[in-house]
Ligand binder design. Structure first.
Ligand code: C2E
Ligand code: MG
Ligand code: MG
Length: 594
C-alpha cells in the first residue's frame, strides 16, 4: 500500500476512536457467530494499527494484540480483499509468521472497509487444522463483517449527532474543520456561526413553554438555513441555540457577510420564531496547519457576540475585539482575588461642592483597582462585567465596608462627612441587600444619614415591585437615595415620581454640551427647575470649567461635582483638601489634577 494511502487509512482508523477501547458484547456476539459458522475455536475483529493487530473482539485467544508484520489480517486491511490460507504449513510466506509458529494452520479473513474505502482490519476465523472454506461460509463471513462495520459507524455517529436536531454536532464540526484545515488546497476557508439568541431570552421561553419548545425553535432555524444554503451543505448544531456551517471554497468573509446580512435582514430566518429569536451571525476564517478547530469556534462566537453588541447582525471576527473580550474575562476572573488581596482595590474620593458657598458637603467614593500585572484598571472596564456576575454582591459589600470604615474614622476625629456609594441594579434583586447594609452600618457604628446610595436611572427603571420596596426601606431607614447619570436612560418623569430618591445627579454629558449650546443650557435649566418642583436636590456631574459652574449656579443648581473642584483623590490627598477648610470657590482656578 502506498505510504500516503496508509497514512490516510490510519487516520480513518484513529478517527473512529476504536483502538484500545474496552471489550464490548455487541462485537463479541458477532465474533462468536463467525466462530460457530466455521465451527472453529478462534475468531476476532482485528484492527490494523501502525505496528500491531489489535483485537476489538476475540474468542479463543487470550492476548489482544499480535505484531502487524506477517499478520494475515494486515494483508486483508491493506488489500481490502478476502484472504483464505488453507494451510499455514504449506504457505511459504505465513509458515513462519507468529500465528504459524503458534500452531495455527487455517485462516479466513474478510476486510472491514469504511464508506470511504479504507480497510480498518479484518473479521477473521482461525483453526489449528488445515481446512478450506465454502462459498456459503465466506458469504456469511462477509455479511458479518458488514454488520461489524455498521456497528462501528453507528457507534461513531452516536456521539456526533445532536439528538434534539439530528444535525452533526460540535465534535463533527471540529473534525471536519480539522480535515479541511489540513488540506493544502482548501486553506483559508470561512466558517459561520448562527447564534439564535441570548440564553436569558430562551430561559424565559422554556420556563413558559417547556424545554423541548426550544428544540422546535432550533429545527425551524435549521430549516430556514437549509433553504438558504441548499441541500448539499452540512449544517452543524454546535451549541444549544447555535448552528454553524462551513462556506464553500472561494467564498470570502466579506462576501458571506453581505449574503448573511440579506438573509437576516429579510426576516426569512426568523419568520416563524421572530417572537423569541434574535439571530446574529459571526464569521471567521480558518485553515493552515496551526489552525485549531476549538479556537475557530471561539472566534466565531466572539464575532457573534460583537454582532450582538453592535448595530449590525453580522460581524467578522476581529482580533482586536477578541482581545478586549479576553481581557474583560480575565479581569472578571481575577476580581475575586483582588477583593481578597489588601493591595489591589482602593477607594478614591471626589468632593461634592455646594455651588452657592463653595463648601464640600459630601463626597462620592469610586473604586480603583491596581491589577498586579495589568496595572491601573478603571471602573468602566471591570464594573460592567462584575455587575453581570454574582461577584457584584461582594463588590458592593467591599465598597460599602471601606466607605463606612472611613466615615467612622472621620467621626472619631470629629468630622461628619457623608459619603455616596454607587450600587448596582442587581444589588436590588439580592434579598439580603438591605439587611447587609444595615448590619454594615451597625458594625461601623455609622448613622444611616451619613450614607447616600447612588443608582443609575436605568437601574431604577427596571420595574420590579420588590426592588421598589427595597428602595422605600432604604429611605425609611434614614439613608439618602440619589439618581445617578440622569438623562442617559429613558428619563420617564412619571416613573421618577414613584422613586423615593431625593437627589438627582445630572449626567456630565449635559454639562459638557451646555457650555457650547444654548439649547442645552435651556434644557439643563428646565431640568433643574422641574426637579426643584419635584423636591429633588440637584447635583451637576462633570463640571470642568468655571463658566459651567457659573451657569449652573445661576440656574439654581444645588451642588456640583467635577474636575474643576477636584478629581477623585486617594485618601491622603483628599484629607489635605478637607483640611484646607474651604474648597476653592467656583470662580477660582480649576484644581490641579490628582
Ligand atoms: P459615576 O458614578 O457617574 O461616577 C462619576 C464618574 O465621572 C467617575 O468616573 C469620575 O471620575 C468621573 N468624573 C468626575 N468628574 C468628572 C469631570 O469633571 N469630567 C469627566 N470627564 N469625568 C468626571 P470613574 O471613577 O471612572 O467611574 C465610572 C463609573 O463607574 C461611575 O460613574 C460608576 O457608575 C462606576 N463606579 C465607580 N465606582 C463604583 C463602585 O464602587 N461601585 C459601582 N457599582 N460602580 C462604580
Ligand atoms: Mg455615581
Ligand atoms: Mg454619574
Amino acid at each position: 500500500m502506498a505510504a500516503k494511502n496508509e497514512a490516510q487509512r490510519l487516520e480513518a482508523l484513529l478517527k473512529l476512536n476504536l483502538l484500545d477501547t474496552p471489550i464490548s458484547e455487541s462485537f463479541d456476539r458477532i465474533t462468536r457467530m463467525a466462530a460457530q459458522i466455521f465451527d472453529l475455536p478462534v475468531a476476532a475483529v482485528s484492527l490494523t494499527d501502525v505496528d500491531r493487530q489489535w483485537f476489538k473482539s476475540r474468542v479463543g485467544v487470550a492476548h489482544d494484540t499480535i505484531p502487524r508484520e506477517t499478520a494475515p489480517c494486515a494483508e486483508v486491511a491493506e488489500s481490502c480483499a478476502f484472504l483464505v490460507i488453507p494451510d499455514f504449513a504449506a504457505d511459504p510466506y505465513y509458515r513462519d509468521s507468529v500465528l504459524g509458529k503458534n500452531g495455527i494452520r487455517f485462516y479466513a479473513g474478510t476486510p472491514l472497509v469504511t464508506r470511504d474505502g479504507y480497510g480498518l482490519g479484518a473479521l477473521c476465523v482461525l483453526g489449528t487444522e488445515p481446512r478450506t472454506a465454502t462459498k456459503t461460509e465466506l458469504d456469511a463471513l462477509r455479511d458479518l463483517a458488514a454488520i461489524v462495520m455498521s456497528q462501528i459507524e453507528m457507534q461513531h455517529a452516536f456521539g456526533r449527532i445532536e439528538p434534539a436536531s439530528g444535525l452533526p454536532n460540535r465534535l463533527q464540526f471540529f473534525d471536519d474543520m480539522g480535515d479541511l484545515a489540513r488540506d493544502p488546497v482548501c486553506s483559508g476557508r470561512v466558517a459561520v456561526v448562527l447564534d439564535l439568541g441570548q440564553p436569558h431570552q430562551f430561559e424565559r421561553y422554556t420556563t413558559v413553554m417547556g424545554p423541548s419548545a426550544l428544540d422546535a425553535v432550533v429545527a425551524e432555524a435549521a430549516r430556514a438555513l437549509r433553504g438558504f444554503l441548499g441541500p448539499r451543505m452540512t449544517i452543524y448544531h454546535v451549541g444549544r441555540t447555535q448552528l454553524a456551517f462551513i462556506a464553500p471554497v472561494g467564498m470570502s468573509e466579506e462576501a458571506y457577510q453581505v449574503k448573511l446580512l440579506a438573509l437576516l435582514g429579510n426576516g426569512e430566518l426568523s419568520r416563524e420564531i421572530r417572537h423569541i429569536a434574535t439571530p446574529v451571525c459571526g464569521i471567521a476564517s480558518f485553515g493552515g496547519s496551526s489552525s485549531d478547530p476549538e479556537d475557530t469556534l471561539r472566534a466565531l462566537l466572539s464575532a457573534a457576540q460583537d454582532a450582538r453588541s453592535s448595530d449590525s447582525v453580522v460581524a467578522i471576527y476581529s482580533d482586536h475585539r477578541d482581545q478586549l473580550h479576553r481581557r474583560t474575562f480575565r479581569l472578571l476572573s481575577d476580581f475575586s482575588d483582588a477583593m481578597k488581596a489588601d493591595d489591589q482595590l482602593r477607594l478614591v474620593f471626589q468632593p461634592r461642592v455646594d455651588l452657592a458657598t463653595g463648601h464640600i458637603r459630601s463626597a462620592e467614593v469610586l473604586l480603583r483597582w491596581t491589577h498586579p500585572e495589568l496595572g491601573e484598571i478603571y471602573p468602566m472596564e471591570f464594573i460592567p462585567a462584575v455587575e453581570s456576575s454574582p461577584l457584584v454582591k461582594e463588590l458592593t459589600a467591599w465598597v460599602l465596608n471601606a466607605a463606612l470604615k472611613q466615615i467612622a474614622s472621620w467621626q472619631r476625629q470629629g468630622r461628619d462627612l457623608p459619603l455616596s456609594v454607587n450600587i448596582s441594579a442587581s444589588n436590588l434583586s439580592d434579598a439580603d441587600f438591605v439587611d447587609d447594609v444595615v448590619s454594615a452600618l451597625a458594625r461601623h457604628g455609622v448613622h444611616p444619614c451619613m450614607l447616600e446610595l447612588e443608582l443609575t436611572e436605568s437601574a431604577l427603571m427596571q420595574d420590579c415591585s420588590k426592588a421598589m420596596a427595597k428602595l422605600d426601606e432604604i429611605v425609611s431607614l434614614g439613608m439618602t437615595l440619589a439618581i445617578d447619570d440622569f438623562g442617559t436612560g429613558y428619563s420617564s418623569l412619571s416613573y421618577l415620581q414613584n422613586v423615593p430618591a431625593r437627589v438627582v445627579k445630572i449626567d456630565r454629558s449635559f454639562v459638557k454640551e451646555m457650555e457650547t449650546t444654548e439649547r442645552e443650557q435651556t434644557l439643563v435649566h428646565s431640568m433643574i427647575k422641574l426637579f426643584h418642583d419635584l423636591n429633588y436636590r440637584v447635583v451637576a456631574e462633570g463640571i470642568e470649567t468655571s463658566a459651567a459652574a457659573e451657569l449652573l449656579r445661576g440656574f439654581g443648581c444645588d451642588e456640583g461635582q467635577g474636575y474643576l473642584f477636584s478629581r477623585p483623590l486617594g485618601i491622603d490627598d483628599f484629607e489635605v483638601l478637607l483640611h484646607a477648610s474651604h474648597i476653592p470657590s467656583v470662580e477660582l482656578q480649576p484644581s490641579q489634577a490628582a
